[in-house]
Design a protein around this ligand. Structure first.
Ligand code: ADP
Ligand code: MG
Length: 740
């Protein structure tokens, strides 16, 4: 299918080219002013909510302390914004709605220090090209106000004197009356009203000195109603509700080093108790409500890694930068801004959020214990051990943990981790250190970094840190993914160097490291149907057989499969607690761990993985056991090439049919030996393979590399074993070109 489509397209292209060459070039003419204006207006005012954003920003620019909005028919029939700001001078009314008339900017240089939200003088003008605009306004000291109405940038008649309350009221009627397509789409896509409420809620929690209200026309009650409050948290409570406000923590970050970044950030971010379906990110940069996808993603990743169960946070952040570092003029609706040193700033914020989340776990736990929340001193192995261990189902010693002290879930009974960590060196402690031990236990359970100050996991994590290559770390943190060079190697650029990076090795090691970092904290992927271990192992043994050309003794295989199943069933508590690998009583595999969010391993490799757990893990030694399970998971989750050959390269042969079938596949090989049915299967296979390969490349670019940037410590060995190979340096290439 794909082949046919491409060739047809090429033909059409050629035809079109031919017709372009033959035809006279079309005449270029100047667009009518009104058409230009309407096109431009459609860009600035994309939908009702964008009109409201502009109007509210005007009201804020006018120094208002109260802004009230009324909306009818999702904003398409009526938008009315009333404020108590400084009003508009009578003399300015005639040009108020002409394009590029503004009171906020005079020279281009002013743009560098602009403090107001508006500056282009486009919003009101745009509205007059796509709706009917009426303005009522009064300036301080006047006895009466004026009302004027506008169409297509022009005032329709002399302003009329009228009674008015302090400030300005702007009324937008019949939005998009002259843009049928836009109006229809908006009507079909449902109401903009929820978006409007969302927008005003955002404004309300940042501009806490301003009271906002928003209601539907004719409705007795407002849907957003904020009163000027003394703190952001009060504002959040009144707008988003107690459930959000009570689970927030303050974060701050700043930098004042002109060579890296200059900024201040104050924010409120949700803790592990806040569970939502989607992330809410309210971001203000220099008091301007904006979006920043990169920052949002960075924060989201930290949450997923640190608080997997609360991975859809509520984030409010206000960033202040020197105005000359912010380019506010990069987006037609000013929704995005561009920042100097954006990457550095994002990294710093990310680090602060991460440490806040980790520390908060401790703080919150202490609070729940209702004991003196004094920070406890670092524990030693002996201090942290429980005083009265009992035996858990897994056979490991389990300490008795008063259930009121530790908030935990049934899947994850308190204490097992701790007991397991000390199974090799049980140490008895005095009674009075029991509380300290519980604290430490809880801390370690909640804080992966501290998971095992005293244990094998910590040793393994230390090994990772110790063997980290700082040069490669810099490459990993700052490289740009260019594309896949072949099935295994990605081409990446770092500064002026190009590298080939082995994605299989990299992903394997990253997964291994993540298993250790998420030790005992992993979320789980539920298999759609539990998979019987016995069958999986048999399957893997048979695959082994084919590879090794063995004679395939079935009895022996069954015996091995049974023994391994039995072994894994016995280890099921430990596998579940530490690695979120769930094996039920009957020996079925039900759950697998989430090692990287939004990533599931290739299930084709599941049999091999299960066999490896049974065969290759040393269950007797704690450290080797954890290490080998982590390595097995790493290998399973690694981004191996899909099993189907890559159709983009020589693998295409695999999918080709017999020469007789169709003309455009003349050069096909002899794989298919019968008629049409075989052809169909090959098409299906081909598109399945194309999907699998495209999916893998997407995952490598959007999950592997971003995650590596955040979490990966590349071991020194990777500089030598061909995982990273420098293929070119741009300086050297330039030298060569200079010589040419
Ligand atoms: P901009 O905000 O980019 O200047 P607008 O078209 O939004 O452009 O507004 C044009 C001008 O109208 C503003 O510069 C401001 O002087 C005036 N204006 C608009 N809305 C208000 C308001 N609510 N109160 C006072 N002045 C306003
Ligand atoms: Mg404006």
């Amino acid at each position: 299918m794909a082949l046919e489509t491409t060739s047809t397209l090429m033909e059409i292209d050629e035809e079109e080219n031919a017709s372009v060459i033959v035809k006279e070039p079309p005449k270029i003419h100047r667009l009518d002013e009104s058409v230009v204006n309407r096109i431009a207006a459609g860009e600035v005012i994309q939908r009702p909510v964008s009109a409201i954003k502009e109007l509210v920003e005007n009201s804020l620019d006018a120094g208002s302390t109260s802004i009230n909005i009324v909306v009818k028919d999702g904003g398409l029939k009526l938008i009315q914004v009333s404020d108590d700001g400084h009003g508009i001078r009578y003399e300015d009314l005639p040009i108020l709605c002409e394009r590029h008339t503004t009171s906020k900017l005079s020279t281009f240089e002013d743009l560098h220090s602009i403090k107001s939200m508006g500056f282009r003088g486009e919003a009101l003008a745009s509205m007059t090209y796509v709706s009917h605009v009426t303005v009522t306004t009064i300036t301080p000291g006047q006895l009466h106000g004026y009302r004027a109405s506008y169409r297509d940038g022009m005032m329709e008649y002399e302003p009329k004197a009228c009674a008015a309350v302090k400030g300005t009221q702007i009324m937008i009627e019949n939005l998009f009356y002259n843009m049928t397509a836009r109006k229809k789409t908006l009507q079909n896509s449902g109401d903009d009203y929820p978006k409007i409420v969302d927008l005003l809620s955002r404004f309300a929690i940042h501009h806490i000195n301003v009271s906002f209200s928003c209601r539907k026309h004719g409705a007795p009650r407002a849907d957003v109603h904020s009163v000027a409050s003394s703190s952001k948290i009060d504002a959040i409570r009144s707008v988003y509700g107690v459930s959000v406000a009570q689970n927030l923590m303050a974060v701050e970050a700043s930098d004042d080093d002109a060579s890296s970044s200059v900024f201040e950030m104050h924010g409120l971010i949700s803790d592990s108790n806040y569970i939502a379906k989607k992330i809410t990110m309210v971001l203000f940069i220099n008091d301007r409500l904006v979006e920043c996808a990169a920052l949002k993603r960075a924060v989201e990743i930290v949450y997923s890694a640190t608080l997997p169960k609360a991975s859809k946070p509520f984030i409010y952040m206000s960033l202040v930068l020197p105005s000359e570092h912010v380019d506010v003029n990069v987006h037609p609706t000013k929704r995005e801004v561009s920042l100097l040193n954006q990457e550095v700033i994002i990294e710093k914020i990310q680090a602060v959020v991460e440490s806040k989340l980790r520390n908060s776990n401790e703080g919150r736990t202490f609070q729940e214990q209702t004991v003196d929340p004094m920070p406890s001193s670092p524990m030693t192995a002996s201090q942290a051990s429980p005083s009265a261990p009992s035996t858990s189902a897994s056979g490991f010693k389990m300490p008795k943990v008063p259930h009121k002290i530790v908030r935990t879930d049934s899947q994850d009974p308190a204490g097992r981790l701790h007991a397991y960590m000390h199974i090799k060196s049980p140490v008895h402690v005095e009674r009075n250190s029991a509380l300290a031990s519980v604290r430490s236990l809880v801390r370690r359970r909640r804080n992966p970094r501290e998971t095992a100050d005293l244990t094998s996991v910590q040793e393994l994590l230390d090994d990772i840190n110790r063997s980290c290559d700082s040069g490669l770390l810099d490459v990993v943190k700052h490289c740009t993914f260019i594309g896949m060079a072949d099935d295994i190697f990605a081409l990446v650029q770092h500064k002026t160097h190009l590298y080939l990076a082995n994605v299989v090795n990299l992903s394997k090691e990253l997964m291994y490291q993540q298993v250790l970092r998420r030790f005992a904290h992993c979320n789980a992927i539920q298999l759609s149907e539990p998979a019987p271990l016995l069958e999986l192992i048999l399957l893997a043994l048979k695959e082994d057989d084919i590879d090794a050309d063995g004679d395939g003794n079935d009895d022996l295989k069954n015996k091995i499969a049974e023994m391994n199943t039995d072994l894994l069933r016995r280890k099921s508590d430990m596998l579940d607690d530490f690695f979120s690998i769930h094996v039920d009583e009957e020996g079925n595999l039900g759950r697998l761990p989430v090692i990287l969010d939004q990533y599931t391993p290739e299930m084709d490799r599941l049999p091999e993985f299960v066999l490896c757990l049974g065969n290759d893990v040393d269950w007797d030694d704690e450290k080797t056991c954890i290490q080998s399970v982590a390595a097995a998971i790493g290998n399973f989750y690694a981004m191996h090439p899909p099993l189907l050959p890559n159709p983009a390269g020589e693998g295409l042969q695999f999918y080709k049919r017999k020469p007789s079938c169709k003309s455009e596949e003349r050069d096909a090989t002899t794989l298919g030996d019968s008629g049409e049915i075989k052809d169909d299967i090959e098409h299906e296979l081909l598109s399945e393979a194309e999907n699998a390969w495209a999916q893998r490349e997407w995952t490598i670019q959007h999950i592997l590399f971003p995650s590596m940037r955040l979490f990966f410590n590349p071991p020194c060995s990777m500089a030598r074993n061909g995982t990273f190979v420098q293929v070119a340096s741009l300086e050297k290439l330039f030298k060569i070109f200079e010589r040419c």
